[in-house]
Design a protein around this ligand. Structure first.
Ligand SMILES: [Zn+2]
Ligand SMILES: [Zn+2]
Length: 653
């Protein structure tokens, strides 16, 4: 008789099975329909093939397409199987193609191929069709563990030399796993779905093809990377494609060009040239943030951009981050060697220098130092994208120096401020993620316990709906990440709040305790917007270029209907400017409807039309963006109306 093991199901029920029973067999034993619907297993929380034998007592969950609790896992399985199925389809269609790697990425997957002839988007229909045929065959996905030599011989025989290289790179102590989708084989860690028919045939789409170097190294051969997206249902795919269409319509790079907000050029890659209108928006946002920070008890400072490498060595950045730093060398007077500096990639070490000036006592804590800190980081040219990913940017940065006991209160204050700022800027929804201690870390477990508990307790004061990412904290402390959701459902990680037990130690920050001893403060790194550049990109796309009046680059245009109104229009425009509004006049010899259309499509919130009647009566015809028709009113009333609407949210009564 075979030995029995105990399997605990998600509802807590325990069942006995012979050792070696597979997840698939357990699913079928529970019910025939579960056996059919089963996609994969979770054994003690680890995602696994349904065919994997259970060798010991374990907790077991059976994943199905309807599984809400394991939705992300199900999506990743589908995307992963899509990668294999696409590679099989490509090799069936173009047998000379060599396969390399094909990982899952956000919303989909890619696969890198080596083929002399370029793939084009015209090939996608044929590949998709072949993929559907493979899916319809419902061929089983099977797996085996191979000896290293066998795997190498196999791939040498089939002339798949990239795979030989991949096998050779797998550490000696790791197993070599092979997967088959029907007859087609690939080297893979798994896990996978049970058969090809479990990939929804109507919920994937190939999106684009691009060049990519083998192993990301420009000395290697350029491969062809085909990207695809996949979901659990057709409706989700359609929603995603619709979102992409919407995103293209509101692309901040196009709006930035059309509204003359900013530009980028080759001579300064990833660094923004702000034009008057874009800079006006930037400054309104900066002024707003400054007021919010001051009101929340922060003190603003300013620290140097170019800082000697010695400080970066002391902070640890020179060791860990140098590849991303812009380095400068200068012949210092009377010096024998060049002095090496770096443009600051972050503000933190400089803030500790400010903190370290003058003895600090517990009475000085918490000390909140804020800086709109201009930073530079080298990003690869391929990763840069308009304002969203740049090399030169300004953080709404601040560091809170506090005691361990103050962490919870500071966290709660921060979340409060962040939520209020996001609401003011038009984002109602944001999600919080808590990342806890990683394996490799500094600081005692007692300090980590305390800090993690403090962060979590503060989050719980606001919401019980937050995510915990175990082990994903920085080596120097736990952190909170804040992701906001924009108007078309995209998520953007902007805010961050990180405890740091390391930098105060490295840079010698301390304070005098009530007992007269010296102690280390905890340093909290925090940002709400992240960077002004990226956040403005998000803002532009969120409102599709139609800024709320307080942020609009041009808040009102005074437009004439007849040239008799020119002088009056100029007077009114100036009076609006005197009231602090951003105003243009449009005296062109064009039809008023033409002017209205042009300024409306540029997102100007108010258009004040001036005809003969208005000149005589001292009135204006006001059109509000997004509203039908116009309203004639005395100029003073219009001024009051616009001025009120143009007030920043924190200054409203
Ligand atoms: Zn795989
Ligand atoms: Zn920092």
């Amino acid at each position: 008789m075979s030995e029995m093991i105990t399997i605990t199901l998600p509802d807590g029920a325990e069942r006995e099975f012979p050792r070696g029973t597979t997840g698939a067999e357990v699913a079928t034993a529970i019910s025939k329909s579960l056996g059919k619907a089963a996609l994969a297993a979770k054994i003690d929380g680890r995602l696994a093939d349904l065919s994997e034998p259970l060798e010991a007592d374990a907790k077991l969950a059976i994943l199905t397409a309807k599984d809400e609790a394991n939705r992300q896992d199900v999506l990743e399985l589908i995307r992963h199987d899509c990668a294999h199925i696409m590679a099989r389809a490509v090799q069936e269609l173009w047998p000379e193609t060599k396969v390399t790697i094909g990982p899952v990425i956000d919303k989909g997957w890619y696969y890198d191929f080596d083929r002399e002839e370029p793939f084009t988007e015209e090939d996608f229909a044929a590949i998709e069709k072949r993929m559907r045929q493979i899916i319809e065959k419902r061929e089983p996905v099977t797996t085996e563990t191979w000896e290293r030599d066998r795997a190498i011989r196999h791939y040498e025989a089939s002339n798949e030399l990239y795979k030989v290289e991949l096998v050779e790179a797998i550490p000696e102590d790791q197993k070599i796993r092979m997967y088959w989708h029907g007859h087609w084989q690939d080297l893979c860690r798994g896990p996978h779905l049970a058969h090809t028919g479990q990939v929804p045939a109507d919920a994937f789409k190939l999106m684009s093809v691009a060049g990519a170097y083998w192993r990301g190294d420009s000395r290697n051969k350029m491969l062809q990377r085909i990207y695809g997206v996949a979901f659990a249902s057709k409706a989700e795919l359609e929603a995603h494609l619709h979102m992409l269409e919407e995103a293209a319509k509101r692309d901040h790079r196009r709006i930035g060009r059309e509204q003359q907000l900013f530009h980028l050029q080759e001579e300064a890659p990833g660094m923004v040239f702000w034009h008057p209108k874009g800079w006006a928006v930037y400054r309104v946002l900066e002024d707003y943030m400054r007021r919010r920070l001051t009101a929340a008890g922060y003190q603003e400072i300013r620290t140097p951009q170019v800082v000697d490498r010695k400080l970066w060595e002391a902070s640890g950045h020179w060791d860990k981050y140098r590849e991303n730093m812009f380095i400068t060398e200068i012949d210092e007077e009377h010096a024998n060697e060049k002095r090496v500096n770096a443009l600051k990639p972050m503000n933190c070490p400089c803030h500790v220098q400010v903190y370290n000036h003058g003895l600090k006592s517990y009475r000085d804590l918490p000390l909140r130092l804020a800086e709109f800190g201009s930073c530079h980081r080298y990003e690869s040219s391929g990763s840069m994208h308009g304002l969203m990913r740049v090399r030169g940017f300004t953080q709404d940065d601040a560091h809170i120096f506090c005691t361990e006991d103050q962490i919870e209160d500071e966290t709660a204050r921060f979340i409060d401020l962040l939520g209020s700022v996001y609401r003011d800027l038009g984002f109602e929804r944001f999600d919080i993620k808590l990342s806890t201690r990683p394996e490799v870390r500094v600081g005692s477990d007692a300090v980590w316990d305390k800090a993690e508990a403090a962060l979590e307790a503060a989050v719980r004061k606001v919401t019980n709906d937050y995510e915990v990412d175990p082990g994903e904290g920085a080596f120097y402390g736990p952190k909170l990440d804040f992701k906001l959701t924009d108007a078309i459902g995209r998520e953007w990680q902007c805010g961050t709040f990180q405890a740091d037990f390391n930098l105060p130690e490295r840079l010698g920050a301390e304070y005098v305790t009530p007992d007269g001893d010296k102690a280390r403060p905890v340093m909290m790194h925090r940002a709400i917007l992240g960077s002004f550049e990226r956040f403005l990109g998000i803002l532009i796309e969120n409102c599709a270029g139609r800024f709320p009046t307080w942020l609009a680059p041009v808040q009102a245009v005074v437009a004439t209907i007849v040239s008799d109104g020119d002088a009056y229009a100029e007077v009114l425009a100036q009076r609006l400017r005197d009231a602090g509004l951003r105003v243009e006049s449009d005296l062109r010899n064009e039809k008023i409807n033409y002017k209205v259309r042009e300024h409306s499509s540029a997102g100007v919130p108010y258009i004040l039309a001036i005809g003969r009647q208005e000149v005589e009566a001292g009135t204006v015809a006001v059109r509000r963006l997004g509203q039908q028709g116009q309203k004639v009113m005395p100029f003073g009333e219009a001024l009051g109306l616009i001025a009120e609407d143009a007030r920043a949210p924190d200054l409203r009564g």
